[in-house]
Design a protein around this ligand. Structure first.
Ligand code: PRX
Length: 659
């Protein structure tokens, strides 16, 4: 499962040649929070004194219990620390700060998949968070303990996250679509003391049995778990283990609606979020409290131009970083009203999103290119049936948005009136780093435009030299630390250093993406440089899927590559070698079995779309799988690699599925 060396920057060359330019509409600019002069002033300040710039913002934007005296501690770089001697509480900053003046304002408008709607004001949300925080404490959960959250996208998921923040417990949200085994790995890696789940969630008309999966995970290990909180959502019968399992509603029944927050150091870990890397197990990305809060709040205001009368809908699940920064934390810190929706975008039909935008008066809508492409395929009639006139800003995240989808979003959803912010960032960066400022930046379909003030993004070649020729590709790097950067990988600082810093000797953060800049200095993201796939905007490690496949008793070897997919952006293509003879004849049943197997090991999102059987895999002389060759085959591209060293050249025909 090893691979040949990753793509070198010389081989990265740009193919896009997008010339269209969309300046922000005048009406938008007039009312925007950040105007051209504001942006220029921020940029000047950040360039002149980056550390002072972040210090000013941190003083102004965060309600500190104890103000910090040192802004950036780089004594253990690249393990940077921000505002380290300051003290705060993140939940206080998201909730309590609004109560006196805006407690009545709606914080969350929730719609369940069956159509149930619930609204919570800031005051109500605060009370729910305090009650649940007290329930956690009553079960012995303390500052620094890890809590795994495995829930549907319902308000209680945000309550659970905020409650952890309130008592200084470190949450790790596991996406509800991940399998019991993935859940178990994450619980064990984090050493979680407590799991918060639900009987189930609703998705696409089905029930996702979260409690059953939790039971399965716990039956196979996870000795650290003492308590499982179970929210009743679907009402299905579930097994409850006496002593360990407790219903959410029972746990909060006698709890007071006030809970003094735990004041924590700025660097106290706020959460872990597991994400795929190019090798081995998922890594627990560790974020700190104050720095994360600062960038999450600022980007909500700057990039989404949040005003108090806005209704902001970020469609991401809280199982991903987008659902952390633009659902659970950032918008609340900014005092916004958010929409949350539990289910599938196409349930019961493809107009669900547009109907909800109309019904809830959504003004800002933030989603992923994969959703835009899927909805685009269903035609223009569906959005046309709904009044989308309240929309004023659109956003995109997770993968490069192809110009065709961008133009559709602009024309059919935004009615050529709404700026589009294509936001580049990662689980590791905590918040948006490269994006248009909607009232200022002229956009180009497919470009995330320029870095935000204070973010020193660059593109460099293999030697770390800045690539300045327009259109020439290279590694996307960030030259200076920023407050919401990851602090480390939970339990594995070596891997942190190796993954993000080693390549250029700790000089800058290596994002793992390739990119190029055009003559206007706009950034164009070209994709990953490592063995990570981006399937429907979600990161999947090829190694993880390969390990899952070879865990099947009939599979001897596997290599996984990505292939372009019309809707998902990229899909999983697996080449497998069986133990014994290659399956002959109709292999559809076996393919189905392998797909289900992968879903069980990792979750349905990792299922291979294509599976091809071969007698062996093409390897270099040193025994490394020729992954680029496999990629060319999967994509039906001409083979440019030297195949003369292949032991069995006939294998190529077999890999192509032609023998
Ligand atoms: O390859 C980039 C792509 O998604 C990766 C980060 O994935 P993840 O940590 O799961 O976070 C996704 C949501 C922030 C990046 O390394 N990516 C993210 N946003 C964009 C993007 N690629 C192009 N354009 C974007 N706007």
């Amino acid at each position: 499962m090893s691979n040949e060396s990753t793509t070198s920057s010389q081989t990265i060359s740009s193919v896009l040649n997008e010339q269209r330019l969309f300046p922000p509409p005048r009406k938008f600019t007039e009312a925007a929070r950040i105007k051209a002069a504001d942006l220029a002033a921020l940029q000047r300040r950040a360039d002149a004194d980056p550390v002072g710039y972040w210090a000013d913002l941190a003083r102004a934007e965060i309600a500190w219990r104890k103000l910090f005296t040192q802004t950036l501690d780089d004594s253990a770089a690249p393990n940077y620390r921000w505002f380290a001697d300051g003290e705060l509480n993140v939940s206080w900053n998201c909730l309590d700060v609004h109560l006196a003046e805006h407690g009545h304002r709606t914080a969350i408008i929730f719609e369940g998949e069956p159509g149930d709607v619930r609204e919570l004001s800031y005051r109500q949300l605060h009370a729910e968070v305090c009650r649940f925080a007290n329930a956690l404490k009553a079960r012995g959960v303390r500052r620094g303990d890890r809590v795994v959250i495995y829930m549907p996208l319902v308000p209680e998921a945000v309550v659970a996250m905020q409650a952890c923040a309130r008592i200084g417990a470190i949450h790790s949200v596991v996406f509800g679509g991940f399998s019991a085994l993935s859940l178990k790995d994450r619980i064990e890696d984090a050493g979680a003391r407590c799991v918060i789940t639900a009987d189930g969630g609703r998705r696409g008309g089905n029930i996702v049995e979260l409690k059953t999966a939790t039971d399965k995970a716990l039956a196979e290990g996870c000795p650290s778990v003492e308590t499982v909180f179970v929210l009743r959502r679907t009402g299905e019968a579930v097994a409850m283990q006496a002593g360990r399992d407790v219903w959410w509603h029972d746990a909060i029944v006698d709890q007071p609606a006030a809970c003094e927050p735990e004041w924590v150091d700025a660097e106290h870990p706020l959460f872990l979020l597991y994400t795929s890397g190019s090798t081995g197990r998922p890594k627990g990305i560790q974020h700190a409290s104050a720095g994360y809060l600062l960038n999450a709040k600022l980007t909500n205001r700057w990039v989404f131009d949040l005003h108090h009368d806005d209704v902001f809908w970020c469609t991401a699940d809280v199982g991903w970083i987008t659902g952390h920064s633009y659902v659970a934390y950032g918008p609340l810190a900014a005092g916004a009203t958010i929409v949350m929706y539990e289910g599938a975008p196409t349930y019961p039909d493809g107009a669900r999103f547009w109907r909800m935008c109309e019904q809830h008066g959504v003004t800002i809508f933030y989603t992923a290119p994969t959703a835009i492409r899927a909805l685009m395929k269903l035609g223009e009639e569906l959005p046309a049936r709904h009044d989308l006139s309240k929309l004023r800003l659109l956003g995109s995240v997770g993968e490069p948005i192809n110009p065709e989808a961008w133009m559709w979003y602009h024309r059919v959803i935004g009615k050529e009136r709404c700026p589009i912010v294509d936001t580049w960032w990662q689980t590791e960066t905590g918040a948006i780093l490269i994006s248009p400022i909607p009232g200022v930046t002229a956009t180009k379909p497919g470009s995330c435009t320029r870095p935000l003030p204070g973010i020193f993004a660059d593109i460099v070649d293999d030697e770390g030299r800045s690539v300045t020729t327009p259109g020439a590709g290279g590694y996307l790097v960030i030259r200076k630390p920023w407050p919401s950067m990851l602090r480390t990988i939970w339990g594995d600082n070596e891997r942190y250093l190796k993954t993000y810093w080693e390549k250029f000797h700790n000089r800058f953060y290596v994002a793992g993406d390739s990119a190029h800049r055009d003559a206007d200095g706009y950034f164009w993201i070209m994709g990953r440089i490592d063995d990570v796939l981006n399937v429907a905007g979600h990161r999947l490690g090829t190694m993880e899927i390969e390990s899952a496949l070879v865990a099947h008793p009939r599979i001897a070897e596997a290599a996984v590559v990505g292939r372009q997919h019309e809707i998902k952006g990229e899909s999983v293509f697996a080449f497998v070698v069986c133990r014994g003879a290659r399956p002959a004849g109709d292999t559809r049943d076996f393919e189905r079995e392998l797909r289900e197997w992968v879903a069980e090991q990792l979750g349905a999102i990792a299922k291979p779309d294509d599976i091809r059987f071969a007698d062996n895999l093409p390897k270099t002389r040193s025994g490394k799988i020729m992954r680029r060759l496999l990629r060319a085959i999967a994509r039906g591209e001409p083979i440019t690699q030297d195949v003369s060293t292949l032991e069995n050249p006939a294998i190529i025909e077999q890999l192509r599925g032609q023998s």
